[in-house]
Design a protein around this ligand. Structure first.
Ligand code: RIB
Ligand code: CA
Length: 311
């Protein structure tokens, strides 16, 4: 039976590729896509989520707009990485499919209440504002979540938006603190692992060689979005973050991690959003997350290209 998922996202080129991977995978049933402010403002992330669904011919997927700002902070966006639209790299017209009226957090609560307990996985690809808002407004649904697979955090790899913090956690550390403290089964795909899933030029070419509109779009997106990290890290490719969340659901053995304690810094301006991962077990803090440290990058990209080619 297909795993029921909600994708919470701030597209973002890498979010877009993750959504396409999910749409190409019959093992998954997407109950809805919930947009959150992050890479770009909510007005754009909710638009971009619908653009991706239309591109894949999946206007049946309900898309919801959620929180337009973090719980307690000013919104920080990442146009310097993703461009002003959030999907720079290829020009795509505005979507025709409608946005659902319901707020994303309400959709998450309603879905968790109506679906059988323990049957819905939350896949979070952006700041955790929507999920934390759902948990705050309806604590009864927390125990009904099957698991949360999230892209976020960093430890050995340190931060990408500040020296200490990864973007998704940095944008809304209070929301992350709620999610990490919720008791829900957490699988965390941090920079420590995603920085080993590098989009090298041959991998970009492999998408182009698919010869499909989607292959062309994915190649254009990752080529654009990766240039910032390629320049910053001076590597021959840049990390492809969000699709690792979906790939974990499909082939978990591609990833290696540890079940450890992870806490979120919310009080310090200097280390705001840092995920303090007790990788070596030096504290007696209770483990609360599987924190990934490695990935079989070759197998990950071959899965990704194989699935995208099927769309
Ligand atoms: O730090 C990388 C994360 O921030 C990815 O999810 C990317 O899309 C941005 O949201
Ligand atoms: Ca994202």
């Amino acid at each position: 039976m297909a795993e029921k998922i909600i994708i919470d996202t701030d597209p973002g080129q890498d979010d877009a590729v993750a959504i396409l991977l999910a749409l190409a995978s019959p093992e998954l049933k997407i109950l809805g896509i919930t947009a959150v402010a992050g890479n770009v403002p909510l007005q754009l992330t909710q638009r971009n989520a619908r653009v991706v669904c239309e591109l894949a011919g999946r206007t049946d997927i309900p898309v919801f707009a959620g929180c337009d700002a973090p719980l307690a902070r000013q919104l920080v966006t990442a146009e310097h990485v993703h461009g002003k639209t959030g999907l720079d790299g290829i020009d795509l017209s505005d979507p025709r499919m409608p946005l659902k009226e319901t707020h994303a957090a309400e959709f998450i609560v309603d879905t968790l209440r109506t679906q059988p307990a323990g049957s819905v996985t939350l896949c979070t690809l952006g700041p955790l504002t929507n999920v934390a808002t759902a948990f705050k407004s309806a604590p009864d649904v927390i125990g009904r979540v099957r698991r949360i697979v999230m892209m976020g955090g960093a430890y050995f790899e340190v931060g990408n938006i500040t020296p200490a913090a990864e973007f998704n956690i940095y944008v809304d550390p209070e929301a992350a603190e709620i999610v990490f403290g919720s008791g829900v089964e957490l699988i965390v795909m941090p920079l420590d692992m995603t920085h080993k899933a590098l989009v090298t030029q041959p991998r970009v070419e492999a998408f182009k060689d698919l010869g499909t509109d989607l292959g062309h779009a994915v190649a254009a997106w990752i080529d654009f979005f990766e240039r910032f990290d390629r320049d910053k890290y001076g590597s021959d490719g840049a990390p492809l973050h969000d699709p690792t969340v979906i790939a974990y659901l499909l082939e978990p053995d591609l990833f290696v991690g540890r079940y450890i304690n992870v806490e979120v810094e919310t009080r310090s301006d200097l280390t705001r959003g840092m995920t303090v991962a007790d990788w070596w077990g030096v504290t007696d803090r209770k483990a609360n997350a599987i924190f990934m440290g490695d990935v079989d990058a070759e197998a990950f990209f071959s899965l990704l290209i194989r699935r995208i080619s099927s769309l």
